[in-house]
Design a protein around this ligand. Structure first.
Ligand SMILES: C[S@@+](CC[C@H](N)C(=O)[O-])C[C@H]1O[C@@H](n2cnc3c(N)ncnc32)[C@H](O)[C@@H]1O
Length: 311
């Protein structure tokens, strides 16, 4: 299968990241390499890009695709949450910008055996890094019902979470739930037919929730934002594209916190904290893709972009 992923909000991402020749940039989510290619082109002739992915398949495919950029392009296997350590190990202590384009790639969704999709039967895996950590099958078969309920409710915003978790636990006592379509059947049995939404498969929210939990996506995002902003040089830019409200909320609150000056209690007449803002917010509200893009690329529909500049 060809490794393709149409980069979301390409013009907006470049406008806010503003790559230029001589700069050092990080693409925290290499995926199919679409954004990376644009950044490398925009920072020619001598800008440098470090591109992270937890998925070795993405790294090798995009690595091949971008090999023509020679030693300006550095693919790194790892979580973007650990970008500061990884960069430091390569002698890089400051960067001019980073981009995070969150979630899974079209390639990951389309590769049935990765277990991300509820459309095709496959082992329940869902790990971006197939070499580490528990799989979705491990969570589904081993977590207590209360924890499964919490994950499905919090990360999937699924109102039938408790019932789905109860049905999973009842099924797994007979035999382990090891495949995507078996889980889909359980979810379909748990969500009352009348509550199925017209344009949303009943398994969408539960699959999203498990994927987020398996990959600790929200924890990685919080740590990645802190790491990225921490190593930005003055006037360096951080750009994040998120795809659901849980991610966008984390980005919004984190940027707001970093942009805050004084954090003294309001009743204090004079500032005693000396706290200074680390960043300026460049997007007072999230930037959304244009209609032409959403018509051509359905994945872009839920995208929201936020950006900051280091002070
Ligand atoms: C939406 S895709 C990125 C697509 C890419 N921007 C492009 O234009 O082709 C997200 C990619 O980031 C990777 N990823 C997600 N979270 C990650 C993390 N915390 N650390 C490293 N890679 C991550 C996924 O494995 C996936 O390949």
């Amino acid at each position: 299968m060809e490794f393709r992923h149409a980069p979301v909000m390409p013009e907006e991402a470049l406008r806010f990241l503003a790559p230029r020749s001589g700069g050092v940039y990080v693409d925290g989510t290499l995926g199919g390499g679409g954004h990376s290619q644009l950044i490398l082109e925009a920072c020619a002739p001598d800008g440098i890009l470090y591109a992270f992915d937890r998925d070795r398949a993405a790294l090798s495919a995009a690595g091949e695709r971008l090999a023509g950029f020679g030693d300006r392009f550095h693919p790194v296997h790892g979580n973007f949450a650990e970008m500061a350590e990884a960069l430091r190990a390569s002698g890089v202590t400051g960067i001019n910008g980073f981009l995070l384009d969150l979630g899974v790639s079209s390639h990951q969704l389309d590769t049935a055996e990765r277990g991300f999709s509820f459309q095709t039967d496959a082992p329940l895996d869902m790990r971006m890094d197939t070499g580490s950590g528990p799989s979705a099958g491990d969570l589904v078969n081993e977590l207590p019902e209360t924890e499964l309920t919490r994950i499905i409710r919090e990360y999937g915003e699924e109102r039938w979470a408790q019932r789905i978790a109860r049905f999973i636990v009842a099924t797994r006592t007979e035999s382990p739930v090891t495949t995507t379509l078996r889980l889909v059947d359980i979810i379909k049995g748990a969500v009352p037919r009348g509550a199925w939404e017209e344009r949303l498969h009943p398994a969408t929210r539960t699959f999203q929730a498990l994927r987020i939990a398996v990959n600790d996506e929200l924890g990685s995002l919080e740590r990645g934002l802190a790491a990225g902003v921490g190593i930005l040089k003055p006037e360096g830019r951080g750009v994040v594209i998120s795809f659901h409200s849980l991610e966008d909320r984390i980005v919004k609150l984190c940027f707001r916190e970093l942009a805050r000056g004084c954090i003294c209690p309001r009743e204090l007449p004079l500032c005693g904290c000396g706290h200074v803002p680390e960043v300026t917010i460049l997007t007072s509200r999230a930037v959304r893709p244009g209609e032409t893009e959403t018509a051509a690329n359905p994945r872009a529909r839920s995208a929201r972009l936020r950006a900051v500049e280091k002070r």
